[in-house]
Design a protein around this ligand. Sequence first.
Ligand SMILES: CC(C)(COP(=O)(O)OP(=O)(O)OC[C@H]1O[C@@H](n2cnc3c(N)ncnc32)[C@H](O)[C@@H]1O)[C@@H](O)C(=O)NCCC(=O)NCCS
Ligand SMILES: Nc1ncnc2c1ncn2[C@@H]1O[C@H](COP(=O)(O)OP(=O)(O)OP(=O)(O)O)[C@@H](O)[C@H]1O
Length: 204
Amino acid sequence: MAIKIGITGGIGSGKSVVSRLLEIMGIPVYISDVEAKRITLTNVIVRRELCTLVGQEIYQEGELNRSLLATYMFGHPERIKEVNEIIHPRVKEDFQQWSACFGADKIVGIESAILVEAGFRDVVDFLVMVYAPLETRIERAVKRDSTSKELIMKRIESQMSDHSKREQADFVILNDGEAPLVPQVLELISLLSKNNHYLCSAKK
Ligand SMILES: CC(C)(COP(=O)(O)OP(=O)(O)OC[C@H]1O[C@@H](n2cnc3c(N)ncnc32)[C@H](O)[C@@H]1O)[C@@H](O)C(=O)NCCC(=O)NCCS
Ligand SMILES: Nc1ncnc2c1ncn2[C@@H]1O[C@H](COP(=O)(O)OP(=O)(O)OP(=O)(O)O)[C@@H](O)[C@H]1O
């Protein structure tokens, strides 16, 4: 079985940028946001359960109405929990199937802002946190998504604090816009490669 690394960090921390660097360096990464979107579109059970929970209008012309789902759930902890309970078990199952296709000598990753909250800690061998200060994250996410600070704050409030994430992380990448990323990613790969043997035996 491949060694699995989790890449987490709050919205706008730079996980996608780090994942891209890992992919360029030969580590395939399962991008949970992308796969969750595919699953909400194609999995008939997920579609049925979301329709029952939110209403038929959650799908329009076959497509998930993402802004409607975001408005429905963010800012409402009970609703977030219900939506997550529909989607996350399927994403977890899908990731396990995906990662099972790689050999024991391979390192693969999974990227998710809510990796720990979603209960994926037990399916990864090593947890990497991408960290950026809160103001920087808000600024980046507002710019990237052309949205408001208020909407980004609602998502942040539904995510685990940086402090708790850091406590669970085995390795932290600082992405504050000052510290260069490439040397940190190279250090991570070097650490993983050195400990590959240890991680393999620890899993048995
Ligand atoms: C609500 C949805 C439709 C909004 O789509 P949208 O294109 O606006 O956002 P996108 O999926 O690209 O997510 C952007 C960021 O929002 C944050 N976010 C998304 N889902 C969640 C969630 N359930 N809890 C907390 N933060 C979340 C993450 O930081 C994520 O990187 C979408 O996020 C969704 O389906 N979420 C539920 C599934 C999920 O938890 N996906 C995340 C990983 S499994
Ligand atoms: N070091 C950096 N310098 C400048 N811009 C950056 C840096 N890191 C990330 N960004 C930009 O900030 C935005 C957010 O980064 P990214 O999409 O990687 O965050 P993320 O952690 O994946 O967020 P999400 O949780 O929403 O998936 C992107 O537009 C990205 O290009």
